[in-house]
Design a protein around this ligand. Structure first.
Ligand code: BJW
Ligand code: ZN
Length: 296
């Protein structure tokens, strides 16, 4: 791989060969090569909105129609995307090592790369889990319907003549583009709960200020504290800025793990507190290329 020293790949490979337990923390950079935008930096804007400001309970309370349009669009893009070689390499690692993969991603691409569910911990939920917002209702469902309700259908460029005998489909409007007019979706047309019949449904993702799924966190805690020690921690395509996720890097280091950061940016290596004197590694590059290479 251009820019990465063969000696680093070799030393990582030796460590991998003799390792028993491996932990990974994955972020949006893992799916970047699949065409899905990251949160921070270029692509982190949805129309005029910072993607992070839409990922809050407050934004949903103020404008559920807008927040649903954002998530419906992301569900659509995620369903259109394919897992890349890094998703497959991690799924493969789970079959040959004692490996736990913590993913902050909600796009479903690891699952679609057949990552065994027992070794995949989705700490920020999933775009394809939907749950009721009513405080007294516990309804949750797996839902892959796109669009989830007709009102959230992505508009097509319909002011253009398409020959009905051709295979040409009407081109979708890119509603993430600020120049494309977005029509308001009234609350009554948003997805509602089939159980209580009154509650508004919401995406089953973890927004800022919300607790992470406790059973998931417990199993990560277990992996770190019981059984043999974690030898290597992979930190793949994450800015390591969101907590408690980023805290797992420190926790693994504290338990004696060597850390390998795979990222396009040096900043991520700094944030992960890499220490080359302890034998940590930084592999700069596209996760989709680097991950399959170092896990070969
Ligand atoms: C490539 C690449 C390529 C590009 N190859 N690399 C301690 C300290 C400070 C603050 C807090 C703290 N503890 C809690 C907080 C508050 C808050 C927080 O962390 N704030 C910080 C921002 C300061 N945390 C929370 O609120 C969490 N909840 C909580 O703590 O609850 C407490 C509680 C307890 C009990 C009861 C109630 C409450 C919840 C956090 C939820 C985060 N949710 C989101 C949205 C999910 C839904 C959605 O998708 O819309 O999760 S935010 C967003 O950030 C998303 C991501 O999973 C997460 C992480 O982002 P990620 O994946 O790292 O992406 P980017 O864009 O940041 O980085 C991409 C990286 O890839 C970059 O480094 C690129 O260089 C790289 N890259 N292309 C390799 N091809
Ligand atoms: Zn309900």
């Amino acid at each position: 791989i251009p820019g990465i020293a063969q000696a680093d790949i070799d030393s990582f490979y030796q460590a991998l060969k003799s390792s028993n337990r491996i932990l990974a923390l994955c972020g949006a950079g893992l799916s970047a090569a699949s065409g899905l935008p990251t949160f921070r930096g270029a692509g982190g804007l949805w129309r005029t909105h910072d993607a992070m400001s839409l990922a809050t309970p407050e934004a949903f309370a103020v404008d559920p129609g807008l927040v649903w349009q954002f998530y419906s669009y992301r569900r659509h893009m995620a369903l259109k995307a394919d897992p890349n070689r890094a998703h497959f390499a991690l799924a493969e690692l789970a079959k040959r090592k004692d490996f736990l993969c913590i993913s902050q991603n909600v796009d479903g691409l690891s699952q679609r790369a057949n990552h065994p569910s027992s070794s995949l911990k989705l700490i920020h939920g999933s775009l394809f889990d939907v749950k009721c917002t009513d405080f007294y209702c516990t309804h949750t469902e797996a839902n892959f319907t796109d669009p989830i309700v007709p009102a959230l259908e992505i508009p097509t460029i319909d002011d253009r003549e398409i020959d009905p005998t051709s295979n040409t489909t009407r081109e979708e409007v890119d509603i993430s583009d600020i120049n494309v007019k977005l029509t308001d979706v009234p609350v009554k047309d948003l997805p509602h709960c089939p159980t209580c019949e009154t509650g508004l449904l919401r995406p089953g993702v973890v927004w800022f200020g919300e607790a992470l799924p406790s059973a998931t966190m417990d199993s990560i805690e277990d992996f770190l504290s019981s059984g043999p020690k974690v030898d290597i921690m992979l930190v793949i395509g994450t800015s390591a800025t969101v907590h408690p996720a980023a805290g797992y890097i420190e926790a693994a280091r504290y338990k004696g793990a060597r850390i390998a950061v795979i990222n396009m940016e040096d900043e991520a290596a700094h944030r992960s507190g890499l220490d080359f004197d302890r034998g940590d590694w930084f592999f700069r590059g596209d996760a989709a290329k680097v991950v399959p290479e170092i896990l070969k």
